[in-house]
Design a protein around this ligand. Structure first.
Ligand SMILES: [Zn+2]
Length: 159
C-alpha cells in the first residue's frame, strides 16, 4: 500500500511552501503593491505637475553676452595739473618755464576777509577792530606764483 511520505514539515496543509533562504535573500524587501489613491475632486494634476517652465514663469533665456565695443576710442586727455592748491606752497610744473618749482605764495583779501570784517562791524567792532581780518593770512585767499617767471599757477580761495 502506497502511502504518502511522512510530512515532516511544520507547514500546515493548504498553505504554499515558504520561499527558500536563497529566494528570501534575493528579495530583501517585500514588494508591496502601490496603493492607488482615488482622484481628489478639484485637484488639477496638470497645474501641480512639477514642470520647470510653469514653476519659473516664462522660459529663461540665456543672458546676453557682454558686447565688447568693436573699437576702443582712446582719448588723449592732456591733464595740465592735478595739484590741489591750498594755503601751503606746493611743488608743481610751471608750463611757462617748463620746470618743476615750489610755488611762491601771495595772500590777498578775498571774500572771507571782507565777510569777517562786516561781521565784526555788525557786532560792534567799529573802531578799527573790524580791520583785523585784513591782517590775518588765514582769512585771505592765496595766489600761487612761479618763483622763476612769476606766472600765476593757481589760486586758493577761502570761500
Ligand atoms: Zn615758471
Amino acid at each position: 500500500m502506497a502511502s504518502a511520505p511522512p510530512f515532516e514539515s511544520s507547514v500546515p496543509v493548504g498553505y504554499p511552501p515558504p520561499p527558500s533562504y536563497e529566494e528570501t535573500m534575493r528579495q530583501p524587501y517585500p514588494q508591496y503593491p502601490q496603493p492607488s489613491l482615488p482622484p481628489v475632486p478639484g485637484y488639477d494634476k496638470a497645474a501641480h505637475s512639477p514642470h520647470p517652465q510653469q514653476l519659473c514663469g516664462p522660459p529663461m533665456h540665456p543672458p546676453p553676452a557682454c558686447s565688447q565695443p568693436a573699437s576702443v576710442t582712446v582719448q588723449a586727455v592732456c591733464v595740465q595739473s592735478t595739484v590741489v592748491f591750498g594755503s601751503q606752497p606746493v611743488q608743481t610744473h610751471c608750463p611757462v618755464c617748463a620746470r618743476f618749482v615750489v610755488t611762491r605764495l601771495e595772500h590777498n583779501s578775498g571774500t572771507l576777509a571782507w565777510l569777517s570784517c562786516a561781521g565784526l562791524f555788525i557786532f560792534g567792532c567799529i573802531y578799527g577792530c573790524c580791520l583785523i581780518p585784513f591782517c590775518m593770512d588765514g582769512l585771505k585767499d592765496v595766489t600761487h606764483y612761479c618763483p622763476s617767471c612769476n606766472n600765476v599757477l593757481g589760486v586758493y580761495k577761502r570761500l
